[in-house]
Design a binder for this molecule. Structure first.
Ligand SMILES: CC(C)(COP(=O)(O)OP(=O)(O)OC[C@H]1O[C@@H](n2cnc3c(N)ncnc32)[C@H](O)[C@@H]1OP(=O)(O)O)[C@@H](O)C(=O)NCCC(=O)NCCS
Length: 173
């Protein structure tokens, strides 16, 4: 059985060979993610096999950044939030290589993102983890992990801070 490691994206990873089936997330990894890391816009982590040789095949990836959100009106947000925007962690991109779909890698990446978001929020505050689902089908995927729509029929979803506290520990491999 393969064991996996989660690494910060760098030049050892085969970005050009990554195909998830959704062009926008493939393009982001190939063309944009490294520049965003260098400029501090967001942080991308990739899952690779522990024994992978450079250039390492990317099995999946996700991107986190910090955003501010006007969460006061969100039904799942804590009551009594200040009027101004509050901080939150954004799961900006998530994708698994097409050849590895359906093997639980997406679940592993979501668990890692939750764990990192929880640690960030414990250190510097934040109301929860936000994701913008790419389309209606993906809403169902995130709902499996407890993400809730911010507004009915909208693609922005939210996992409140309290939900991050339960069951976020993961083991890779
Ligand atoms: C969505 C995606 C990340 C799922 O990754 P994955 O590794 O195939 O998912 P997993 O194997 O961890 O699946 C976990 C469960 O979610 C289900 N699932 C997978 N894709 C799903 C979808 N699109 N909608 C609803 N459920 C889905 C699986 O059937 C599985 O269910 P099970 O545990 O009952 O067997 C992957 O299909 C992908 O990269 N798609 C293209 C990029 C994309 O759409 N990213 C999201 C952008 S917001």
């Amino acid at each position: 059985m393969s064991s996996y490691v989660l690494e910060l994206l760098d030049g050892s990873h085969d970005r050009a060979g990554f195909v998830s089936g959704l062009d926008s997330v493939d393009h982001y990894l190939r063309e944009i993610a490294r520049g965003h890391m260098e400029k501090g816009v967001s942080v991308t982590r990739v899952l690779v096999e522990a024994e992978a040789m450079t250039p390492k095949a990317v099995l999946g990836y996700f991107t986190l950044s910090n955003i501010t959100v006007e969460a006061r009106e969100w039904s799942e947000a804590p009551k009594g939030l200040p009027r101004q925007a509050v901080s939150s962690v954004l799961l900006g991109r998530l994708a698994v290589a097409q050849a590895s779909h359906g093997k639980g890698i997406g679940s592993m990446l979501v668990a890692s993102a939750r764990q990192l978001a929880r640690e960030t929020i414990m250190r510097t505050g934040g109301v929860g983890l936000v994701v913008d689902a790419a389309n209606e089908e993906i809403v169902g995927y995130y709902a499996r992990y407890g993400f809730l729509r911010v507004v009915p029929k909208g693609l922005r979803m939210f996992l409140p801070r309290v939900s991050l506290e339960a069951g976020a520990e993961i083991q890779l491999g």
